[in-house]
Design a binder for this molecule. Structure first.
Ligand code: AMP
Length: 192
């Protein structure tokens, strides 16, 4: 089973993806994690994306589609969880084509619904907690980058909600509920 977790930054996609990996042996494909790994690798691509990410803008479709293509070719028995991908209509189209090419299907698109005020405070808390614990704080977890990330989400990513709704693949889940409750709601969708 292959699924997409959709929602703005701070909606809980990463948290829920981790829980699905533990519970169902699925493989999480987070383009954000892949890009953060690339930026520390010292490659030219890594340096190019670092600045874009820190500003809170989206990196090019070409780069992220290339990262996803490599992983899809490897395959996964438990299925893939796409976390933070696709983020544009072009990426959504590319994902459909890549899945078709590799003989795979997209089973569910789950949108985690939240409101903006909660997102901002969740992300700023995440940064404060990481700082207090002596961990590194994401360079884009500050108020200014966050505004850009939200704007990028509404301008470029939110249209894919309608795209998947029209394909009959979309289910909305209340992302403001407790983590366990959100997890249970997602399970209900996947087991239906
Ligand atoms: P995330 O960890 O999903 O919040 O992603 C962090 C940052 O990585 C985003 O703000 C973008 O700069 C970049 N990024 C991650 N995934 C994508 C994607 N699918 N398309 C474009 N940029 C992405």
């Amino acid at each position: 089973m292959n699924i997409i977790l959709l929602g703005p930054p701070g909606a809980g996609k990463g948290t829920q993806a981790n829980l699905l990996v533990e519970a169902r042996g699925m493989v999480q494909l987070s383009t954000g994690d892949m890009l953060r790994a690339a930026r520390t690798s010292g490659t030219t691509m890594g340096k190019r994306v670092a600045e874009v990410m820190d500003r809170g803008e989206l990196v090019t479709d070409e780069i992220v589609i290339g990262l996803i293509r490599e992983k899809l070719e490897e395959g996964s028995e438990g299925g893939f969880i796409f976390d933070g991908f696709p983020r544009t209509l072009a990426q959504a189209d590319a994902l459909g084509a890549l899945l078709a090419e590799t003989g795979q299907a997209l089973d569910h698109v789950i949108e985690l619904e939240v409101d903006d005020d909660v997102l901002v405070s969740r992300i700023l808390n995440r940064a404060a907690e990481a700082a207090a614990a002596g961990q590194s704080v994401r360079a884009d977890d500050n108020e200014e980058s966050l505004k850009t990330r939200l704007m990028e989400y509404y301008k470029k990513t939110s249209p894919i909600i309608g795209y998947y709704h029209a394909k009959g693949a979309l289910t909305k889940v209340d992302g403001l509920a407790e983590i366990d409750t959100v997890q249970a709601s997602i399970s209900t969708v996947l087991d239906a």
